[in-house]
Write a protein that binds this ligand. Structure first.
Ligand SMILES: [Zn+2]
Length: 154
């Protein structure tokens, strides 16, 4: 997390610019190419990493409710709870019984359409547990181009 590093947000690369200030640490987009990280003196790599992850998490939390409320009436399901998590092997998961979906923090680095695709995928599990023909028929019916977004997530 040092000046000059490239970090990706919503599928676009940004050059990190780190500045030191006595005021509370924060992160914001400078322009279409720059991500500004304001830190306090002595913040080490791990603390900077947490700061950036918190920022990514907040960006996801700004848009996820809109995706969910857009798709709920389309699918005819209700998401009781959702969370953003650091996940190692999956982009999302769904607990059908709890009607809860978890979304990978790294989705903030990919195009928003990829996040939307994962939201729809996990919500589809509320109707069909398995990745079977019915599941893919449903996915095709609400998001015919979902395979493109899956490809982008590779
Ligand atoms: Zn699945």
């Amino acid at each position: 997390m040092y000046t000059g590093e490239i970090h990706t947000f919503w599928g676009n690369p940004y050059r990190l610019h780190v500045i030191e200030q006595a005021s509370p640490p924060q992160v914001w987009l400078g322009d279409e190419k720059t991500l500004i990280m304001q830190i306090q003196a002595g913040m080490d790599r791990d603390e900077r990493k947490v700061l950036l992850e918190d920022w990514y998490r907040r960006q996801l939390k700004k848009v996820i409710p809109d995706f969910i409320s857009h798709w709920e009436p389309v699918l005819g399901v209700h998401v009781k709870e959702w969370r953003v998590k650091k996940m190692k092997t999956r982009w999302g998961s769904c607990n059908i019984q709890a009607q809860r979906i978890w979304l990978n923090l790294e989705l903030a680095q990919r195009p928003p359409k990829c996040l939307e695709y994962i939201v729809v995928h996990e919500m589809t599990h509320l109707l069909e547990r398995y990745h079977n023909a019915r599941f893919y028929r449903l996915m095709d019916s609400w998001m015919p181009d979902w395979r493109d977004y899956k490809e982008l997530l590779k």
